[in-house]
Design a protein around this ligand. Structure first.
Ligand SMILES: [Ca+2]
Ligand SMILES: [Ca+2]
Ligand SMILES: [Ca+2]
Length: 264
């Protein structure tokens, strides 16, 4: 896949090629190059540039570089589930990647439960980890279940890759009393869904946690969003490297010369 700087470089090369063409046109009588061939070359170069720029734009469709938690269900009894979203553009093997979920109960600094994730999660798909005693609607969406005692609203949750924290809910080592947040957007007796504009996890599990910043809240036992997730990809403006700027400048100068030679 083309990276943004490669696209800019190609545009630079294309413009530099125009400068070369400019020299050809200046000597057109000598080399007897027909105007129809020149036009054809122009058209071919333009089409190639547009195709490559279009291909390069796909690179911006994957702003997600790592898994993150996209949904958190803390319902009645054992209606508990975590949905993990893969927007990285590639399938992820959870076991070989060493991905795991940890739960820190009641303000403790050490994990009370660690669940190693297994299986594959396709690009654009989610992986659902559910408590084994959850509602049938939750279990129908689950990819993995676990029968231990889970969180009940005042417990921090961490998603790790190996030993590296890549996302977190709550604050490890802190007991909020009963929940983080208020109303529907709180960690107890609600469903929390990651806002569509969030494209990466919260890797700092030790700082204060405010669910309103990254989550939308839904009433207790809302299961309808489990099993899929969407994001709104941010617009990323490619920044050309200095060498690319030089190439673009040279190309632009070539185009300028070409225009002058034609106006003679
Ligand atoms: Ca608890
Ligand atoms: Ca945090
Ligand atoms: Ca979801």
């Amino acid at each position: 896949m083309l990276q943004s700087n490669n696209v800019w470089k190609f545009i630079g090369f294309w413009m530099a090629w125009h400068m070369h063409l400019c020299a050809l046109v200046n000597n057109s009588r000598e080399v007897a190059m027909s105007s129809s061939i020149t036009l054809l070359r122009h058209l071919c170069a333009t089409v190639i540039v547009f195709i490559l720029v279009a291909l390069g734009s796909f690179a911006y469709a994957f702003p997600v570089t790592e898994l993150f938690i996209s949904e958190y269900i803390e319902g009645t009894s054992n209606n508990k589930a975590l949905e993990i979203y893969n927007g990285t553009g590639a399938v992820i093997d959870l076991a070989s990647g060493g991905y795991n979920i940890q739960m820190f109960f009641n303000g403790q600094m050490s994990a009370g439960l660690t669940i190693n994730l297994t299986g594959m999660v396709a690009d654009g798909d989610v992986y659902v980890l559910a408590q084994s005693g959850a509602d049938a609607m939750i279990l129908a969406q689950s990819d993995q279940t676990n029968g231990s005692g889970w969180y009940n609203g005042d417990d921090a949750i961490v998603l790790r890759k190996g030993t590296v924290v890549i996302d977190s809910i709550g604050q490890v080592g802190f007991d909020p009393g009963s929940e983080w947040g208020t109303g529907l957007t709180s960690t107890a007796d609600n469903t929390l869904r990651r806002k569509l504009t969030i494209v990466s996890g919260d890797p700092d599990s030790l700082d204060s946690f405010d669910p309103f910043l990254e989550w939308d809240g839904f009433t207790q036992n809302t299961f309808t969003g489990l099993g899929s997730h969407e994001i709104i990809a941010p617009v990323i403006t490619p920044t050309p490297e200095p060498s690319t700027c030089l190439l673009l400048g040279t190309g632009l100068f070539g185009v300028f010369l070409l225009g002058r030679s034609r106006n003679k």
